[in-house]
Design a protein around this ligand. Structure first.
Ligand code: NCD
Ligand code: ZN
Length: 348
């Protein structure tokens, strides 16, 4: 097979940042995806519908000429989120979920939730109006091993939440473990889904230490064991509609990654579909790519499937060593390496 034409996909978990950084990265995403769920972990975070509406305008203004890319906004939950804001968010039509960042779990999560019970009223409001909760599923306690944080979150936060509020629709973001796959598989498909990144499908934690420490492969949740990676791959190869595409492309300037205390986040927007196509092909499951990338996500979010198409061609190319990023540079996933698939330019 030398080319693969798919219904145009969407990215159900994306960091676009703001200002000059937003202008640097948006063209990559807009070239591949019709829509993206845009994460609200800006500084300061996007906590109100009014802030989300203003952010949406900035994203629209940063689109390349001729682009119809549509940002799907999210709100950042804090200990002080007003439950009444949930109905305002839903009614706006531009907000498609609210994100739970446990305080301290990841980049720009300082304002996150310190104890999920503090947002009970907001979660109840979301359950009632069917506004999905998007979760960064990791506990942050210092006594919990960093590789066990997702599994511990399931046992101590997510499973009790499901029991307490079964009507709350949940997207378990960037799942990384066998435990997470098993948890999601045990839930009703209309109520609970999960996104999966290209790096967690392709790499295990050995990659972080391959010949030396690899800051550009550091993201949160951190890469896991091989048996976890295999579980993620099995979930997508099975064509389970609960698992869909979310890159978690998270740009950080090179100097903030190659540092004594490097930031968490992997940039994959430059070649997102190519990266997924490679792992699906290696797993003998290219025929599953279209539903994963273009159907399961919109169905879960209750949005129409895209009408357009994109084409991937079998054509080797070398990923640049870096891309410009707000006056600095960014090192993309697979920098300097060869990819076998390439997105064809749109036909006009
Ligand atoms: C994300 C970021 O940089 O905003 N980083 C990451 O490692 N994935 C935040 C997140 O999604 O955890
Ligand atoms: Zn993220």
């Amino acid at each position: 097979m030398d080319s693969l034409t798919l219904r145009q996909p969407d990215d159900w978990h994306l960091h676009l940042r703001d200002g000059a950084a937003l202008h640097s990265v948006l063209a990559h995403t807009a070239a591949q995806f019709a829509r993206a769920i845009v994460m609200p972990n800006l500084k300061p975070p996007v906590t109100t519908t009014a802030q989300a509406a203003a952010y949406r305008e900035r994203i629209l203004a940063a689109r390349p000429a001729g682009s119809n890319f549509e940002p799907l906004l999210t709100l950042y939950l804090t200990d002080r989120t007003d439950p009444a804001e949930m109905a305002v968010a839903k009614a706006s039509g531009i907000i498609h979920g609210c994100k739970l960042y446990p305080a301290g779990a990841t980049t720009n999560s300082d304002a996150g939730v310190t104890d999920i019970r503090r947002i009970d009223a907001a979660l109840e409001a979301m359950a009632e109006i069917r506004l999905p909760l998007l979760v960064h599923g990791e506990v942050t306690h210092h006594d919990v091993d960093v590789f066990d944080r997702e599994a511990r979150f399931i046992d101590t936060v997510l499973a009790p939440l499901r029991a307490r509020l079964p009507q709350l629709r949940i997207v378990f973001e960037h799942v990384t473990t066998r435990a997470a796959v098993e948890f999601v598989r045990a839930q009703p498909p209309q109520e609970v889904a999960a996104t999966i990144t290209p790096q967690h499908l392709a790499l295990n934690r050995n990659a972080l230490f391959q010949g030396g420490i690899r800051p550009h492969l550091y993201c949160l949740p951190v890469l896991k064991r091989e048996h976890d990676r295999v579980a993620l791959l099995d979930a997508v190869v099975a064509g389970d509609p609960r698992f869909f595409l979310g890159t978690d492309s998270a740009p950080h300037a090179r100097n903030t990654k190659e540092s004594a205390c490097g930031c968490a986040g992997i940039y994959s927007a430059h070649a997102a579909l190519e990266l997924y196509a490679e792992v699906f092909e290696q797993a003998g499951a290219l025929h599953r790519l279209e539903a994963f990338a273009s159907e399961f996500g919109p169905r879960f979010y209750g949005l129409p499937l895209n009408a357009g198409q994109i084409t991937l061609q079998r054509s080797a190319w070398t990923v640049p060593a870096a891309y410009p990023f707000a006056g600095e540079t960014i090192v993309p996933l697979r920098a300097g390496e060869t990819l076998g698939w390439r997105l064809a330019p749109p036909s006009t």
